[in-house]
Design a protein around this ligand. Structure first.
Ligand code: BDP
Length: 721
C-alpha cells in the first residue's frame, strides 16, 4: 500500500461478507447530475460497498423513490432533502432541520436513507455511512450531522514554479505541487480530484490552491483557464476553489502604474479579473490575501488601511457571492529589531495592525488568524486577536504541514494541541469565550460565520504529506472543523481503523505513539514556551537556538549568561499580555499564575528560577530533553511490534522515519542542552550534559573519504566538528 488512498481504502474487513450484513440491494440517487456531488455519492457508495463486502450494487437514478422501493427489497436512497421531499412531500415531517452542508443518515434493516441539505451534504452523508461500514459498524443508526462552522478550508502553499520547472510547495514535505508545473496548471489533474475526494470525506468544502506568497502570473488568461480545470476536478466532491492573490497584480501583471486599492483603475482591474474568474469558475469560494507581511505588497504601501485593502476584493466578489479571507499574519520584519528597541515584539503586531478596524470590513470579509501570535510554534498562547474582532468574522489558521514541528520526519499528532487551542477560554467580558465558539460566530457574531483554515501542503508523493502517520493530522483537521467536540484519541482511532486495520494491537500502538508525540517533541525541542528553537532563518527544521536572537524576523529567546525568556508583561515588558481580556491578561502578567509551559513566553527569568514543579528552569531544560529523547528511542521498538500486522510497504516506510526521529531527537537533546550549558555555565544535576561516554567522535576515527568539518551552529556537533 503506497498511501494514495489515504483513509478511503475500503479494504475488506474480516468477517464482513454480504450475507453477514443486510445490505441494500441497489443504490438510488435522486436528481443526480454527473460531475456533481450527489452523483459522486452514488458512485462512492457502490465502490465502497464493493471494496468492503465484495458486492457490486447498481446505481440507479430515480425520479420517484416510491417505485424503486417497490422494485427492490431494500435500497440506499441518496439525494438532497429538496429532491426527496419533492418526490414524497409527506416525508418532510419526519426529517430534522439541517444546516448548510449538513446531512441526515438513517440505516434501518437494509434500507439506507442519505439526505443532504445540499449536494455536498449528501456526499458527506455517503462518506459517513461508508466510514461506519469500513470500521465494521453495521448496526442500524440514525444520524443528523451539521458542521460547526461554514468555513472549512485547506490552504495549499503551492508555487506555480520554482526557479526551474518545478511547481514546488512552500513548507511542503510531500513532493511537488499536484496543481502546477512549469508556471502553468498541470495537464493531468488526476491527483487534484483524488485530493478533493479525501477532503470531501472529512467535510472540507474549499481549497485555496496557490501560495499565500502569490504569483501574479496565476491570473493570466491561460492560467485562469487552468484554474477552471482545477475547479472542474474538485466540483464532483463539492470542494470549491479558492485563490491566493498578490496585491500588486494590477501593477505587475496588469501594467497599471499603481496598485492603490482606492484607485479607480485598480478597482476596475480587480472587478474585471474577478468577473473573468467567475466566468470560468462560477462556484469559486473566493480569495485569500496575505498583505504587507514578510515583504508582500499590500494597501499600507499606499497608506491605506488593511480594511481598505480587504474591501477592494470584497466589493469585486460580492456580486458573485464570494468570500475574501484576509490574513491577520501581518508584521513588518524591518521595523522589528531588538537591538534598536527592546520593546519591539512581533507578537504584538496583529492586534496593533487591526486596531480600530473591526467595524470597517464588508460583510463578506473573514479574518484568518494563526492560532498563536508568532508562527506555528510548538507552544504558543492563543492569539488575542480572536477577542478583538467582535463584528468581523474570524477563522483560525492551523498548520497541518509540520513546518516547525519536524516536517513530517518527526511524528507529531497535532489534534491534542489543536484541542487545547480551540477549548481555550478567553473570558472576554468575564464570560465563557472559547476560541471554537468565537470562530463559529456563536460568541460574538450570533450567526454562523467564520471557521477553520488548515495549511495542508500535500504534494505528489503517494503518501501526500511525506509520511503515512502524518495523515492523521489532515484527517483530524477536517473532523475537528466539522465537530470540535470530538476527542483527539477518538478521531485517531477512527483514522487508524480506516487507514490500517481493526487489529487492536495496531490501534493501541499507533494511538500510544501518536498521543505522546506532541509532548515528546516539545520536550526535546523548546520547553516552557520558549518556542521550538529551530533554525529560524532557513529551514525551520533542526536545532539552532542561537538563531532565535537578534534577527529581524523577530522570534526571541532573549537568552544571556544569566537569564532567559521574553518579558511580555505590561508593567515591564513588551505589553503583549495586556492584549488579552482582563482575567487572562492578569493571569499572564503574573509569574505566579502563568502556567509553566508558557513561562518563558511571558517572562524573563534567571536560569535558576524555580518552577511550580520545584525544578529550576535550567534543570527542567536538561531533564526534559533527556526524557523526551528517551521516549523517542522507544518509538522504533514499539513500531517493531506491528511487523506482519501492517503491509510491508507502509510498515518499512514508517519504521525508517521513526528510527530517524530517534536519532534526530538525540541531536536535538544534545544541541539544546549543550547550548544552554555553555551559556549559563550551570551544571546538570545528573552530570549528563556534555558527557557522552558512549559516543565515538567522528574526528577520532579513521575515515576514508571523510574529513573533519567545523559545523555551524556549533552545538549541532560535539566539539563543533
Ligand atoms: C511562515 C512560513 C512562510 C509563510 C508564512 C506565512 O515560514 O513560508 O509564507 O509563514 O504564513 O510560517 O505567510
Amino acid at each position: 500500500e503506497d498511501g494514495l488512498a489515504g483513509w478511503l481504502r475500503y479494504a475488506p474487513i474480516k468477517g464482513a461478507k454480504p450475507h453477514s450484513y443486510k445490505l441494500p440491494s441497489a443504490i438510488v440517487t435522486l436528481n443526480a447530475t454527473e460531475g456533481l456531488p450527489v452523483f459522486t455519492a452514488g458512485q462512492e457508495l457502490s465502490q465502497g460497498i464493493e471494496g468492503i463486502f465484495g458486492k457490486k450494487l447498481d446505481v440507479e437514478a430515480a425520479k420517484d423513490v416510491g417505485s424503486h422501493e417497490k422494485k427492490h427489497t431494500t435500497t440506499a436512497t441518496v439525494g438532497t432533502v429538496t429532491a426527496y421531499t419533492e418526490s414524497d412531500p409527506d416525508a418532510a415531517a419526519d426529517l430534522p432541520e439541517l444546516l448548510d452542508d449538513g446531512f441526515y443518515l438513517r440505516v434501518s434493516d437494509g434500507n439506507v436513507l442519505i439526505l443532504g441539505q445540499n449536494e455536498r451534504g449528501t456526499l458527506y452523508g455517503a462518506f459517513h455511512y461508508l466510514s461506519l461500514l469500513a470500521r465494521g459498524n453495521t448496526s442500524d443508526v440514525t444520524v443528523t450531522s451539521n458542521p460547526d462552522a461554514p468555513i472549512r478550508w485547506v490552504n495549499q502553499w503551492d508555487n506555480m514554479q520554482d526557479g526551474g520547472t518545478h511547481g514546488s510547495v512552500e513548507r511542503g514535505y510531500g513532493g511537488d505541487s499536484i496543481f502546477f508545473w512549469d508556471g502553468k496548471v498541470r495537464d493531468d489533474l488526476t491527483r487534484a480530484g483524488q485530493y478533493a475526494r479525501l477532503l470531501a470525506s472529512i467535510g472540507i468544502n474549499a481549497a485555496v490552491v496557490n501560495n499565500v506568497n502569490a504569483d501574479a502570473k496565476t491570473l493570466t488568461p491561460e492560467n485562469m483557464d487552468g484554474l477552471g480545470r482545477i475547479a472542474d476536478a474538485f466540483r464532483p466532491y463539492g470542494v470549491q476553489l479558492g485563490l491566493s492573490l498578490n496585491f500588486a497584480s494590477p501593477n505587475t501583471l496588469g501594467g497599471l502604474n499603481t496598485f492603490d486599492p482606492l484607485d479607480e483603475k485598480v478597482i476596475q482591474w480587480w472587478k474585471d479579473i474577478t468577473d473573468d474568474l467567475y466566468e470560468r469558475v462560477p462556484d469559486m469560494a473566493g480569495y485569500l490575501v496575505k498583505a504587507n507581511s514578510e515583504g508582500q505588497p499590500g494597501p499600507m504601501t499606499y497608506n491605506r488601511t488593511l480594511a481598505e485593502g480587504a474591501n477592494l476584493f470584497a466589493h469585486a466578489l460580492k456580486p458573485h457571492g464570494g468570500t475574501i479571507v484576509f490574513r491577520a499574519f501581518v508584521y513588518d520584519s524591518t521595523s522589528l529589531n531588538e537591538t534598536l528597541d527592546w520593546k519591539a515584539d512581533r507578537a504584538n503586531a496583529a492586534v496593533e495592525y487591526f486596531d480600530g478596524l473591526d467595524d470597517k470590513f464588508e460583510d463578506n470579509v473573514v479574518i484568518q488568524i494563526k492560532y498563536g501570535p508568532i508562527d506555528f510554534q510548538v507552544r504558543e498562547p492563543v492569539s488575542p486577536l480572536f477577542t478583538k474582532l467582535v463584528q468581523t468574522p474570524t477563522a483560525i489558521e492551523l498548520q497541518i504541514t509540520q513546518e516547525y514541528l519536524g516536517q513530517q520526519a518527526h511524528l507529531v499528532y497535532l489534534a491534542p494541541m489543536w484541542k487545547e487551542i480551540l477549548d481555550f477560554d478567553f473570558r472576554a467580558e468575564g464570560k465563557p469565550s472559547r476560541t471554537r465558539d468565537i470562530i463559529n460566530g456563536e460568541r460574538f457574531h450570533h450567526r454562523r460565520v467564520g471557521g477553520y483554515a488548515g495549511v495542508a501542503n500535500v504534494g505528489t508523493n503517494t503518501t501526500w504529506l511525506g509520511s503515512h502517520l502524518a495523515m492523521s493530522n489532515l484527517f483530524a483537521f477536517g473532523r475537528l472543523a466539522w465537530n470540535p467536540s470530538l476527542t483527539s484519541d477518538g478521531i485517531l482511532e477512527e483514522w487508524i481503523r480506516l487507514t490500517f486495520s481493526a487489529d487492536q494491537k495496531v490501534i493501541d500502538v499507533i494511538s500510544d505513539l501518536s498521543m505522546v508525540s506532541w509532548p515528546t517533541y516539545e520536550s526535546y525541542t523548546g520547553n516552557l514556551g520558549i518556542q521550538t528553537l529551530t533554525d529560524i532563518l532557513l529551514g525551520h527544521y533542526g536545532p539552532n537556538p542561537a538563531s532565535q536572537d537578534g534577527n529581524p524576523w523577530g522570534q526571541w529567546t532573549r537568552a544571556d549568561a544569566f537569564s532567559i525568556g521574553m518579558d511580555r508583561t505590561v508593567w515591564n515588558g513588551t505589553g503583549f499580555a495586556g492584549q488579552y481580556p482582563a482575567e487572562i491578561a492578569a493571569r499572564y502578567e503574573d509569574i505566579a499564575t502563568t502556567p509553566d509551559d508558557l513561562l518563558l513566553w511571558f517572562h524573563h527569568v534567571p536560569y535558576t528560577h524555580v518552577l511550580k514543579s520545584g525544578k529550576t528552569v535550567i534543570q527542567h531544560f536538561y531533564d526534559s530533553h533527556y526524557d523526551g529523547a528517551a521516549v523517542a528511542q522507544t518509538f522504533p521498538d514499539l513500531w517493531e511490534t506491528l511487523r506482519g500486522r501492517i503491509d510491508d510497504e507502509r510498515f518499512e516506510h514508517i519504521l525508517f522515519r521513526l528510527v530517524y526521529q530517534a536519532g534526530h531527537a538525540l541531536i536535538w537533546r544534545d544541541s539544546i542542552n549543550n547550548f544552554y550549558h555553555n551559556k549559563s555555565g550551570i551544571a546538570d544535576a545528573d552530570n549528563r550534559v556534555g558527557n557522552h561516554p558512549y559516543r565515538i567522535e567522528a574526528e577520532s576515527m579513521t575515515l576514508t573519504n571523510y574529513i573533519p568539518y567545523t559545523v555551524s551552529p556549533f552545538e549541532a556537533a560535539s566539539g563543533a566538528q
